[in-house]
Design a protein around this ligand. Structure first.
Ligand code: AMP
Length: 281
């Protein structure tokens, strides 16, 4: 396994694999890896002859009052996990290696980014698109793997790939959950024992939404009101950022539930902002 902070080394290693006609799979991450990340790596390993993982906590996708400084980092453990998965290449850039002092070009998606997390985290998806575009240009993968955990992010990246003619395929893999249903996330490390229990309200509220929709309720307002009620009951100190029922393609809110919809929410458990989502029909 090659581990490098150098863009040139990564380009050369990926280029060699390409020359050997190996399919290049790429999994961009911010590290503090868990089974969710590893599910993407396993999918890449299955489908590609050469697997690259990037680990980079991207400063430009964090707002000024967000957790960039405290974001969990554990490179040694990540490296061990990736070695065990048979990864070929880890790209582990420094901030200055990615962003020159005079860096002044950004990539911005302006439609899907208006909703859900885009509303409460201004500039977040601009930071994500910019870093992912750079990573795509460096690695030049054939397939890039993203998680449904960050549904909006995956849709925005797909749009970027289409609109900017990146020559690669984006695959979105299912959400990996803990046994009790909590979506795995690097940020779960922030939770105290009590908060860990409260955090389950996100999944429980999605399960309730799913049950209601299956039961024939088609008013989004009714579903959202009941999700809010469940969260207030199960985790009275949780602070809801948003709960929305949206069109899974455009991410616009829907009033009447017809066909497939996405239920998505962001909730603060203490200081930790958690997100989750579920496709409902
Ligand atoms: P992150 O390190 O949080 O930026 O995540 C890197 C990639 O892993 C993104 O494509 C995420 O959507 C994906 N991911 C994170 N958590 C999960 C999970 N629980 N299940 C599946 N994919 C995940």
């Amino acid at each position: 396994m090659i581990v490098s902070r150098s863009i040139n080394t990564i380009r050369t290693a990926a280029g060699k694999a390409r020359k050997k006609s190996k399919r290049i799979g790429f999994v961009p991450t911010m590290g503090a890896l868990h089974k969710g990340h590893l599910s993407l790596v396993k999918a890449a390993r299955k489908e590609c002859g050469f697997v690259t993982v990037s680990i980079f906590v991207n400063p430009i996708q964090f707002g000024p009052r967000e957790d960039f400084r405290s974001y969990p980092r554990n490179f040694k453990k990540d490296e061990m996990l990736l070695e065990a998965e048979g990864v070929d290449l880890i790209f582990y850039p420094s901030i200055s290696g990615m962003y020159d002092r005079d860096f002044s070009v950004y990539v911005e998606e302006i439609s899907l980014s208006r909703y859900l997390c885009g509303k409460s985290r201004p500039g977040h998806f601009r930071g994500v698109c910019t870093v992912v575009a750079k990573l795509f240009n460096i690695v030049q993968p054939d397939i890039a793997y993203f998680g449904q955990k960050d549904y909006q992010q995956a849709q925005i990246i797909k749009r970027m790939v289409k609109d900017l003619n990146f020559s690669l395929k984006v695959k979105v893999m299912p959400i990996v959950r803990e046994k009790d249903g909590l979506a795995m996330s690097s940020r779960n490390k922030y939770l105290s024992i009590k908060e860990r229990k409260d955090a389950l309200c996100l999944y429980n509220s999605l399960m309730l939404a799913s049950k209601m929709v299956k039961g024939g309720i088609c008013s989004s307002a009714t579903v959202v009101a009941n999700m809010k009620k469940l969260i207030r009951n199960q985790a009275p100190y949780a602070r809801i950022d948003y709960i929305n029922i949206v069109n899974p393609g455009t991410l616009e809110e829907v009033k009447k539930i017809k066909g497939k919809v996405l239920a998505a929410l962001a909730v603060y458990i203490g200081k930790t902002r958690l997100i989750d989502n579920m496709l409902l029909r």
